[in-house]
Design a protein around this ligand. Structure first.
Ligand code: SF4
Ligand code: MG
Length: 340
């Protein structure tokens, strides 16, 4: 790849020209367009940007970005990205994964990337189904859902991606919607500015196997009623007439209430930068993704040193102490064995 002058890059520079192989109408197209459109804002040469993807429909994302990339093995994108981010702190590393890849097969790797605050940006496309394998229940599928793998209805509770991330200690957690041309880039911008792990759950429509799962949130006409927009430092109020708000119950949980029946002091003010994650967790628990109004925006953004900084410093210190000669001696030392 040639080295462009980053400031002159455009959306077209990030389009690989590969034939996109998603179904017509798939929400992945909107996300891809938004990401390609956002990339020039980074001001980073393409050769310093890497997209690492897992397996699933979302996994094809790395083919369509004109950056470096790797279509990794199932669920292991966070592990590979962790190694890359640790070894190359000059790169902007992005992960694209789906609800099955990130939360089932790769759940373990996702949790530890979040826990370590690895400097990577994770775009988790949640369509509440396994799309590539043609319609099996995923960890985020709702209870009772009838799918090819749950013909009698899904028995288990859905996994909430944001709650899981917060429980793992994620320092940046946000939710957005695939076809929102303003909100999605705004979340990408916020994630890119965050120096640790940033996880964005993108509510993504799979029109073939789970059509309309988030239509109430995605549809602009319904958005006022079904989105609870989060703005740091602002009272959480929503609705076309600002007629609803979020309050804290006596037991500490959050609830939606008519704004006209609540004193201004009783409305929860969003604090994304609060070190204690309990408010962000309560917001993640608020609402039902399949039916009710749900929070959209940055739930949590707290500054903390990314894990790689310490790792690189330790490696450099060790290298300085033992020197190249001793390192070579160690690598070629006698404590080896031969497998016949
Ligand atoms: Fe998109 Fe669903 Fe088709 Fe996959 S199966 S490409 S998620 S519409
Ligand atoms: Mg999926």
């Amino acid at each position: 790849m040639s080295t462009p002058v980053s400031s002159t890059l455009s959306k077209a520079d990030f389009q690989s020209g590969q034939e996109t192989r998603w179904c017509p109408g798939c929400g992945d197209y909107s996300i891809l367009a938004a990401v390609q459109g956002f990339m020039p804002e980074l001001g980073i040469p393409r050769e310093n940007i890497v997209f690492i993807t897992g397996i699933g429909c979302a996994g094809r994302f790395s083919y369509y970005m004109n950056t470096y990339g790797m279509h990794a093995i199932h669920g292991r994108a966070p592990a590979i990205a962790t190694g890359l981010a640790a070894a190359r702190d000059d790169l902007s590393v992005w992960i694209v994964s789906g609800d099955g890849d990130a939360l089932s097969i790769g759940g373990n790797h996702l949790v530890h990337a979040l826990r370590r605050n690895v400097p990577v940006k994770i775009l988790l496309f949640n369509n509440r189904i396994y799309g590539l394998t043609k319609g099996q229940a995923s960890p985020t599928s709702e209870q009772g859902k009838v799918t090819k793998s749950t013909p009698g209805g899904k028995l288990d509770q859905p996994l909430d991606a944001l709650s899981l991330a917060l429980g793992a200690g994620a320092t940046f957690v946000a939710r957005t919607v695939d076809r929102d041309k303003e909100h999605l880039p705004a979340m990408l911008r916020a994630a890119a500015a965050h120096r640790g792990t940033a996880l964005i759950e993108v509510l993504q429509n799979c029109p073939v196997f789970n059509d309309g799962a988030f239509e109430h949130v995605a549809d602009k006409k319904q958005a006022d009623a079904f989105r609870i927009p989060l703005e740091h430092g602002q009272p959480i109020i929503f609705g076309a007439e600002h007629e609803r708000c979020v309050i804290r119950r006596p037991d500490g949980t959050l609830a939606v209430a008519p704004a006209g029946e609540v004193d201004a002091a009783g409305i929860v003010v969003h604090d994304a930068h609060r070190p204690d994650p309990s408010l962000a967790f309560a917001l993640a628990q608020l609402g039902d993704l399949g039916q009710g109004p749900v929070p959209v925006g940055v739930l949590r953004q707290v500054d903390a040193a990314p894990w790689g900084e310490g790792l690189v410093a330790q490696a450099r210190q060790a290298h300085a102490q033992i020197g190249t000669t001793e390192l070579d001696a160690l690598l070629q030392g006698g404590d080896t064995w031969t497998v016949a």
